[in-house]
Design a protein around this ligand. Structure first.
Ligand SMILES: NC(=O)c1ccc[n+]([C@@H]2O[C@H](COP(=O)([O-])OP(=O)(O)OC[C@H]3O[C@@H](n4cnc5c(N)ncnc54)[C@H](OP(=O)(O)O)[C@@H]3O)[C@@H](O)[C@H]2O)c1
Length: 239
């Protein structure tokens, strides 16, 4: 399996969760990987683990840091995946506006800033890949922001795909993925949620970061795919 041989893959958010697994999978597919995260120690551990060619510690939502990072790379890059960011569920009455703004920064402004920062740095056959979700497609309590962002991201990605062509831009829409982010959001309810999903999901098991990484690497390698949203939720939205 060397579908990314000789290519450079940057993962913004590559020190943990889905990003770390994607870096590992891209490396196994022959790519040189560069990973970005905020915590330098966590980043160094992740880089050792996957054999990253380079690391950079900065906040990917900072547009100037993003510009500096891409301007400072010696070679053009083939693929950039963004897994930096989190999620925030709150009803209107409880909304913390700072956290709400942060979520919009991570999921709407970051893609735009990245598209600007990679101009002239992305190889023509390269791609950008973003993370969205399927859980916010149906309205519900606490889904105000996740719902709005879930609806906006496919449109953003499809329009970026036109603007950045011939480079490709795609979106992975996940349901529950068993990562540290999910553990943080669920706290003591994590094991109960895993068990509920094992019973409820058509696939009979919980989706893990390696499942998403496999799809991510496929979308990097498959040069026919652009402007698309790929669901990976084990059938969660169907039940
Ligand atoms: N897990 C799920 O169930 C799920 C479902 C649907 C969508 N998603 C989306 O998928 C993405 C990845 O989720 P995950 O579960 O893998 O999260 P995770 O386990 O929290 O990992 C996130 C990674 O990104 C880094 N990071 C976070 N914010 C950053 C920032 N501003 N700048 C640079 N690096 C940053 C983190 O390291 P540092 O904290 O050290 O920076 C960490 O390495 C997120 O956008 C999330 O919303 C997740």
């Amino acid at each position: 399996m060397s579908e990314l041989a000789g290519q450079v893959v940057v993962v913004l958010g590559g020190s943990g969760g889905i990003g770390l697994e994607t870096a590992r999978r891209a490396r196994a597919a022959g790519a040189d990987v560069v990973i970005v995260g905020r915590d330098p120690q966590r980043l160094a551990r992740a880089a050792d683990e996957v054999g990253a060619a380079a690391t950079a510690a900065f906040d990917a939502t900072d547009p100037e840091a993003l510009q500096r990072f891409f301007a400072g790379l010696s070679d053009p890059v083939d693929h950039v995946m963004v897994t930096a960011g989190g999620n925030y569920y709150a009803r209107l009455a409880d909304l913390d506006l700072d956290r709400a703004r942060r979520l919009v920064e991570e999921h709407l402004w970051l893609p735009l800033h990245l598209a600007l920062a990679v101009t002239g740095r992305l190889r023509p056959a390269g791609s950008l890949l973003f993370m969205g979700g399927t859980g916010g497609r149906r309205p519900g309590p606490g889904l105000l922001l996740p719902g709005a962002l879930t609806a906006a991201m496919p449109a953003l990605v499809a329009n970026l795909a036109i603007e950045l062509a011939p480079a490709r831009v795609n979106l992975v829409a996940a349901g529950f993925v068993d990562t540290e982010l999910s553990a943080r959001l669920l706290g003591d309810d994590l094991e109960r949620r895993r068990e509920q999903l094992r019973t409820m999901l058509p696939i009979g098991r919980v989706v893990g970061p390696a499942d998403v990484a496999a799809l991510a690497v496929h979308l990097m390698a498959n040069t026919a795919v652009t402007g698309a949203t790929y669901d990976i939720d084990g059938g969660q939205q169907l039940v």
